[in-house]
Design a protein around this ligand. Sequence first.
Ligand SMILES: NC(=O)c1ccc[n+]([C@@H]2O[C@H](COP(=O)([O-])OP(=O)(O)OC[C@H]3O[C@@H](n4cnc5c(N)ncnc54)[C@H](OP(=O)(O)O)[C@@H]3O)[C@@H](O)[C@H]2O)c1
Length: 305
Amino acid sequence: MSVLSIFKRKGLSGFGYGSTAEDITGDIDLKGQTILVTGTSSGLGLETVRVLARRGAKIIATGRTADTVRAACSSFSPTLISLACELSDPASVRACVATVKKSGEPLNALICNAGIMALPTLQQACGYELQFFTNHIGHFMLVTGLLDRLSENGRVVLVSSDAHRAAPKNGIEFDNLSGARSYRPWAMYAQSKLANLLFARELARRLKSKKQTANAIHPGVIKTNLGRSMNPVIQFALAVAEPLVLKTVAQGAATQCYVGVHPGASGVSGEYFADCNVAEGSPISRDASLASRLWEESERIAMAV
Ligand SMILES: NC(=O)c1ccc[n+]([C@@H]2O[C@H](COP(=O)([O-])OP(=O)(O)OC[C@H]3O[C@@H](n4cnc5c(N)ncnc54)[C@H](OP(=O)(O)O)[C@@H]3O)[C@@H](O)[C@H]2O)c1
């Protein structure tokens, strides 16, 4: 099979590797829908907001500060709401939840997109390793805080990564969530992305309405600010190889848009998607008892911080 045919191949959904967020949403009218997206100041979150706003959705765009979100997104729609949701700061996440709740309107989709990757040295929030806290705990607090605002057929999308396959042997190192016992930048990123997947599966099991869904996705590999902590040599190699081996940002935002709004994903829950189609996660990402244990631990952390 040629490389070109992989780029052009489409799956059961009718979309594939080369589909863009614009392709996915081309025929969809999102007027009357409210969609919250995290991490919207750059990369895939920014493109997701741009395209979903273009299709008529009312967007609640969140980021570390309302100002950075406003600077990046406000030109996309006059109805766009910019909110601070600094995921490593529980007070900021709680304030965001309270503001969204006050508005009283139902949320049709929550797209948990924000993330950080492979920080070279150990950093922590509230005593927990920063990637685990930002990528998983912050989103856990946001989503569980807003569940009673999720519409009857609302969708939760966790932007994970195929990197979840490189998580530690037992999946989640419950005895090393601070990262202090041993810190490995990529393994800790992978652990946080596995946590996104496990969270989606356990949430899917717990959702009250049969029409509500929770899924995790892998967007592909795309050159964005996510790689800012990477070794400069690797960054250079990726820049050279980019047109051959990486998706564009427009393609990278496609899967989260598909799972967030496309009728083809309606009623599909507890799954992992890649290239806009259901895909298979790692065996440990399907471990129901691990997912349940992570939920309980996350609840405990969310109450304590
Ligand atoms: N790019 C890829 O190849 C790739 C592959 C697999 C998975 N992903 C996933 O895709 C998602 C989007 O990443 P991207 O590639 O678009 O990277 P990006 O351009 O770096 O975007 C990440 C976004 O998350 C925000 N963010 C980071 N820390 C935050 C925090 N503590 N609180 C709130 N927002 C925070 C960033 O805001 P600031 O700019 O203000 O820091 C930015 O808006 C991530 O979850 C990532 O793990 C990406």
